[in-house]
Design a protein around this ligand. Structure first.
Ligand code: ALA
Length: 454
């Protein structure tokens, strides 16, 4: 007798696991520095529009594909698309998730390393910004430092995945997500009570429309996709463990809301903390490794604040990394009949090996560049600017056109007839987004991104 496929134990388990996947480095690290660099509230408004017209529909399309087919992405796309071409598109999203898992773990390894630095009190004694930079450079240029924390991080994720969908991913999300919210609220309240918090909030809430360039639009869309885990095989896989009897829209909406709130609250925390010492959060990716340690050295209670901050980022990164590794595991189990434990070992080892050049991109491989970009820059660019938007596009095209909106809507309504009767306009919204706004806008933004790269 074949073993029953794994599934979530409850609707709450699904919500927290998907929220755990969505809420990650992109919310706590990338969102604040993008807002800081691209016009404050103007970027936030642009981002919310991208969520409404493209991100949320693509997110719903992928979870719907998974829940309907109850299969991993390749097989699910084949079942609904009816041929091998669609199957290959589904498989491409598994590869994307795997690629993301490799460099995501390398970067999360640095976060883990910085948490250890914070615990050892090494992020609070800086007297000049040059000392912060020297400390950052010494760590980053130490090859063993990056690779060991990358390994440790992937071992932590592998251990959770090894336990299975319900006993591992679901249980871990049920613990980690509430903890993440507690730490985030603590940081927001601390930030708001700091001197000069008003200036931070003003910077955040004042729109600078001149900063909304085509590049900002491409970045806002990329951010909406990356943060919602679109195009990485995750949503189809997590959706495939969800019961067709549950209301999908009502389960997914709070996830997107939570994800957006975490991005906004992270920006409030980061901006108020950074402004308290008269700095601005526009230093780009260096924000959490260079700007914040300087701030932690200047404010009272900086030691505890630094620990809490890196705990927050680590919690967010763990549940996201787990979710980008799960699609390849589900594929090996479902389609090749592997035992879960063997699949976890293979996926985690593969992601570790592929992640090593990323982990070394600021040390021994820092001079191996192509057009001034390191291995990590290239692999991140490949995933975020090419593979992820393509994966999202394939999903909305499958749902809106190939499988067809009429069929998709019947499946979307499963478990939620009364809900759609209460909100009849939702049908028009999904029809418009699946068929038109999402695919057309993705193609426009995508073509612009390619055009502007050359
Ligand atoms: N969705 C995850 C993040 O935002 C990958 O970091």
């Amino acid at each position: 007798m074949t073993k029953a496929r794994e599934s979530w134990g409850s609707k709450l388990g699904f919500i927290l696991a998907v929220a755990g996947s969505a809420i990650g480095l992109a919310n706590i690290w990338r969102f604040p520095y993008m807002v800081g660099s691209y016009g404050g509230a103007a970027f936030i408004i642009l981002y919310l529009l991208c969520l409404l017209l493209i991100g949320f529909p693509a997110f719903m399309a992928e979870t719907l594909i998974g829940r309907t087919a109850q299969m991993s992405p390749g097989a699910a796309f084949r079942k609904l698309g009816g041929n091998r071409t669609w199957e290959n598109m589904g498989k491409m999203t598994i590869v994307t998730g795997f690629i993301v898992s490799s460099f995501y773990s390398a970067v999360a390894g640095w976060i883990l390393g910085y948490l250890v630095e914070a615990l050892l009190g090494r992020l609070t004694g800086f007297e000049t910004t040059d000392q912060v930079t020297a400390h950052y450079t010494a760590l980053m240029q130490h090859p063993l430092w990056g690779v060991s924390f990358h390994l440790l991080f992937i071992l932590l994720c592998g251990a959770v995945l090894y336990l299975g969908v319900r006993a591992g991913i679901e249980r871990c999300s049920k613990w980690m997500m509430p903890l993440l919210f507690i730490v985030l609220f603590y940081l927001v309240i601390t930030g708001l009570m700091m001197p000069n918090a008003g200036a931070g909030l003003r910077f955040l809430l004042t729109p600078d429309w001149t900063a909304i360039t085509p590049t900002a639009v491409v970045l806002a869309l990329g951010q909406a996709f990356f943060t919602l885990s679109v195009g990485q095989g995750t949503l189809v896989t997590y959706g495939s463990y969800f019961s067709p009897k549950e209301n999908l829209v009502q389960s997914c909406f709070p996830i997107v809301l939570m994800d957006t709130c975490v991005s906004l609250l992270s920006a409030v925390a980061v901006f108020t903390i950074v402004f308290s010492v008269g700095m601005e959060p526009n230093s780009g990716p260096g924000l959490i490794f260079q700007t914040l340690p300087w701030v932690f050295s200047q404010v009272s209670g900086g030691y505890f604040l630094a620990i809490m901050f890196f705990v927050l980022v680590l919690l967010a990164a763990l549940t996201s990394e787990i979710s980008v590794l799960e699609p390849v595991i589900a594929y090996l189990v479902d389609e090749h009949g592997w035992k879960r434990k063997r699949a976890v070992l293979a996926a985690a080892s593969g992601a570790f090996l592929l992640g090593v050049p990323s982990a070394l991109s600021y040390s021994v491989l820092r001079n191996f560049t192509l057009w001034d970009k390191t291995f990590l820059d290239w692999i991140e660019l490949l995933a975020s600017s090419l593979l992820i938007p393509l994966g999202g596009l394939f999903a909305v095209l499958l749902v809106g056109w190939k499988w067809g909106f009429v069929n998709a809507f019947v499946s979307l309504k499963s478990g939620s007839d009364a809900f759609f009767k209460r909100y009849p306009w939702l049908e028009n919204y999904f029809w418009f987004c699946f068929k038109f706004s999402a695919p057309i806008l993705i193609v426009i933004v995508f073509l612009h991104a390619i055009y502007s790269s050359f």
